[in-house]
Ligand binder design. Structure first.
Ligand code: SF4
Ligand code: SF4
Length: 133
């Protein structure tokens, strides 16, 4: 498996998402509340190529998720902001759910395409399952 090439392709998808969501960034104050999934009643789903990218780019073993909060949320802030997942980039609590849904579908299509291109099994799992895998 060419992890570096997969990570590069995932990064390109993230860049595309960031380009399409740039205008909305001011609407997010990075309070981190949506990273506490249980209390915010929110779920984050991630894909297999994203986990390959994530494992290759965080400089420590993947942290398990014990409770309902993302283990990368430290004192209310994302400690992996530049490496965060597509769902983290797309979700905006005050945002347009239709826009977010369409962008999510677009990203998922790209991640499936990466899997097909590199012969990687595709999965779409909630963050806890993916981190504790
Ligand atoms: S999307 Fe909303 S809840 Fe999440 S960090 Fe931004 S302002 Fe906070
Ligand atoms: S990766 Fe960062 S933005 Fe995404 S859920 Fe975890 S702490 Fe929040």
């Amino acid at each position: 498996m060419n992890k570096a090439a997969i990570a590069k392709r995932v990064c390109q998808v993230y860049d595309l998402i960031d380009l399409k969501t740039t205008a909305r960034q001011a609407e997010c104050n990075a309070c981190g509340k949506c990273c506490d999934f249980d209390s915010f009643d929110h779920r984050l789903y991630v894909t297999s190529p994203e986990m390959i990218y994530f494992a290759a780019n965080v400089n420590s073993p993947i942290r398990p998720m014990d409770g309902g909060i993302c283990p990368y949320n430290i004192a209310g802030k994302c400690s992996v902001h530049e490496k965060r997942f597509a769902g983290c980039r797309i979700f905006l609590c005050k945002g347009d759910s239709e826009f977010q849904g369409e962008l999510s579908e677009e990203a998922i299509a790209e991640f499936k395409s990466i899997c097909a291109e590199f012969g990687v099994d595709y999965y779409y799992a909630d963050l806890k399952t993916a981190l504790n895998g």
